[in-house]
Design a protein around this ligand. Sequence first.
Ligand code: RP5
Length: 166
Amino acid sequence: MTALNAPPVAIIMGSQSDWPTMKHAATTLDQLDIAYAPRIVSAHRTPERMYDFARTARDQGFKVIIAGAGGAAHLPGMTAALTPLPVFGVPVQSRALSGEDSLLSIVQMPAGIPVGTLAIGNAGATNAALLAAAVLALSDPALADRLDAWRAARTAAVADHPVDEA
Ligand code: RP5
C-alpha cells in the first residue's frame, strides 16, 4: 500500500486542454490554503492510469476528488465507480457543443454511483473547490474559519449600487 502522504484534494482532468478551466479549482484551493495534486488522467487515452489512480486514491490519502472533463466526459463517473471518495465533476466547455455534452455525460449517473456535478466551465471548477473545502472543513475547524472568511469577503465585495464601467 502507498504511504498516506497525498494532499487532501486531487484535481484530475482528461487533457491538458482542460487545465485553463480546472485551474480555477486550483486557484480557489490556494486561496483557502488547501493542498492539492493536479493530474492528467484520461478515461479514454490513459484508462489504466485512471484505473490505478482511482483504485488507490483513498489509500494514497486523498479525501476528495475533483474531476474535470469535456465532450464524452466519462472521467468523473468512471472514477466514482472505482473509489468510495466523494467525486465532484466539472463539465468542461467543449468546442463543438459548448459543454452541454460534457454536462450530460457527467450528470446522469445511475443510482448507486454518485458524482456531484457542477456548472459548465470556470464557475463549476471554482464551486467544486468550494464544495471540497466544505467537506474537509467538517473535520478541520481552522479550515472552517478560513472558508467562513472567504465567503464573508466575497459578500463584502458586492457593491450596493452599479457604476458605469469605462
Ligand atoms: C476530453 O476530451 C478531455 O477532458 C477534453 O475536455 C476533451 C478534448 O481533449 P483534447 O483533444 O483537447 O486533448 O477527454
